[in-house]
Write a protein that binds this ligand. Structure first.
Ligand code: PMP
Length: 287
């Protein structure tokens, strides 16, 4: 089946969808994105992703080409047209095609932004084998720019981080800056010590994960203790357990950091329980 995608107001077969070579997303990574997961044909935490998208756009003086209600309808239509049961919707908005390459931003009212959405089917998304085995991670220097709270398409270093992890024979990398873990290449990072969940506090040093917000809310509702502060690799290696969160991975346990096994090397009870709660509650609230 040819995938149907959405480009600048039209639903098209993916083979017919095009964007200009002058688009600032292509030339300058001048764009923002969101990834929303789909479970049972419904969108998980759409409102959270829409709110973060608006914030990313406004931080970069970009104008949304569509209302958030219109975006919700496009997400739903793509789920329908592509018969997605489990998978992802990727959305990208760039500063468009001003005609020539120039460092200065074009006037947003003269150069409309480019908007693209597409689906990725992922049967078994909620049934990841990694939930049972856990992930192994290494730490690497965080050399990204300083506005990681804006979800830009500038993803070269996170991609390099994944490749460094792959070459080292592990699953992912955690970024470290000034001796403290910031986050994973495409996820937020947590440790658990004495029943307490510890994760870096929100600032421009990390992406404000939509899954992070939901998981911390569910943890507090379940009377689990949460501390939002930075931690270092040694503290993580000495923790009882660790885990990551993201819209596509949900909650996944981490069982090894820089070659050191955490606890008995099996996914911990807190990560396992949070994954269950997150999946249950998110399915109930899906739209
Ligand atoms: N941090 C980074 C750097 C990410 O790329 C992501 C996923 N896009 C996250 C955290 C997790 O965010 P979310 O839960 O909104 O997917």
């Amino acid at each position: 089946m040819t995938r149907t995608v959405f480009v600048n107001g039209s639903y098209l077969p993916e083979t017919e969808a095009t964007v200009s070579i002058f688009d600032r997303g292509f030339l300058m990574a001048d764009g923002v994105y969101e990834v929303t997961s789909v479970l049972g044909g419904k969108l998980i935490d759409f409102d959270g992703h829409a709110a973060r998208l608006e914030r990313s756009l406004s931080e970069l003086d970009m104008v949304s080409p569509l209302t958030m209600d219109a975006l919700l309808e496009i997400h739903r239509e793509l789920v329908r047209r592509n018969a997605i049961d489990e998978g992802l919707i990727y959305l990208q908005i760039t500063r468009g095609n001003p005609g020539d390459r120039d460092f200065a931003f074009p006037d947003p009212y003269k150069t409309p932004s480019t908007i693209v959405l597409f689906t990725q089917a992922k049967p078994g998304l909620a049934d990841s084998p990694a939930a049972k085995t856990g992930l192994r991670v290494i730490s690497i220097d965080d050399i990204r720019w300083g506005r990681r709270d804006i979800k830009t398409v500038q993803l070269l270093y996170p991609s390099m981080g994944k490749m460094i992890a792959k070459k080292a024979g592990v699953d992912d990398a955690w970024f470290v800056e000034d001796g403290k873990v910031t986050e994973g290449t495409s996820n937020n990072a947590y440790i658990v010590k004495g029943g307490k969940i510890i994760t870096r506090d929100l600032s421009s040093d990390i992406l404000h994960g939509i899954t992070r917000a939901a998981v911390l809310r569910f943890a507090r509702e379940a009377q689990m203790e949460v501390e939002e502060r930075a931690f270092n690799v040694a503290e993580a290696q000495g923790a009882d357990e660790a885990f990551i969160t993201s819209a596509s991975a949900f909650v996944l346990p981490v069982v090894e950091i820089d070659g050191v096994t955490l606890g008995n090397g099996a996914p911990g009870p807190v990560a396992t329980r949070l994954r269950e709660i997150y999946l249950d509650e998110s399915r109930k609230a899906a739209v």
